[in-house]
Design a binder for this molecule. Structure first.
Ligand code: FPP
Length: 253
């Protein structure tokens, strides 16, 4: 005879049960780190950690949706990640397709829109095709924006913006005098998006790794030792709870 077991809530969930619904970060950015270490701890190849990381992406998307986060920007592949072994890069480039194959129906159901930041054109054809399909399919969804940073590097983004601005000044599209922070932001991949309110980095590393250098000027940072494949709704909630304890002053008092 089967018996229903009592449902024990995770201690942390209970502790952070009451998130203030009017103080949810609009934009959360995450540096998903620690896939390789997660795999190594289990005697598995590094790619096993990346594969498992897909499930954490889905968990965090679900949670972000539930809490009414507007934008979730995930650092999936940096311009520096091309330095990795060819076989690992090939595997990483297949992940978007794999993720979308499993989760696109659920993303559609939950009204999630998919977009990317970074040098999209330089991605392999098969990666572009899978991601472009998802972008097109979800383009009319108006729920959470799931924004993948794919082949993204902040310095490259800033250089690209400067070149475009200089060219627009050259052909009198804009004037030097009119150039301000707001206009500069329009030249970045994140054009039209609010800056992240909260940045999460997993795996215990505490650096930015060329991620959103301009956009993170006033962002709250939250670091956890949890490795990305172990990241889940409970830890995400903990991050939101910690965010809600912060006083954001933007340089004021
Ligand atoms: C960093 O861990 C992680 C990455 C470079 C890849 C991130 C990709 C995913 C989490 C998969 C999901 C992606 C999509 C597009 C759905 P690491 O390899 O640097 O880990 P380590 O520091 O422990 O070696």
């Amino acid at each position: 005879m089967s018996m229903k077991l009592p449902f024990f809530k995770n201690k942390q969930t209970e502790l952070h049960e009451d998130l203030e619904s009017d103080n949810i970060p609009d934009h959360v950015a995450i540096i998903m780190d620690g896939n390789g270490r997660w795999a190594k701890k289990r005697g598995l190849p590094r790619i096993a950690g990346h594969k498992e990381g897909i499930n954490s992406v889905n968990k965090v998307v679900r949670a972000a949706n539930q809490y009414n986060v507007k934008v979730l920007t995930l650092y999936a592949f940096s311009t520096e990640n091309w330095k990795r072994p060819k076989s690992e890069i090939e595997f990483l480039m297949k992940l978007p397709k794999e993720f979308l194959h499993i989760y696109l129906p659920e993303l559609m159901e939950n009204n999630v829109r998919i977009d990317t930041i970074g040098d999209f054109d330089a991605l392999p054809q098969h990666t572009k095709k899978a991601v472009q399909y998802a972008k097109d399919k979800t383009k009319n969804n108006n729920g959470l924006l799931l924004n993948f940073a794919l082949n993204y590097g902040s310095r490259l983004e800033i250089m690209r913006a400067i070149k475009q601005i200089m060219s627009d000044i050259d052909c009198s599209k804009i004037s030097i005098d009119s150039l301000d922070e707001k206009i500069f932001s329009e030249y970045l991949y994140t054009q039209g998006l609010s800056d992240p309110d909260l940045l999460i980095r997993t795996s215990g590393e505490q650096r930015l790794s060329n991620f959103l250098l301009w956009q993170l000027a006033y962002t709250e940072f939250w670091f956890t030792d949890v490795l990305w494949p172990d990241f889940d709704e409970v830890i995400f909630k903990e991050a939101l709870y910690e965010y809600q304890q912060r006083k954001r002053r933007y340089g004021g008092i």
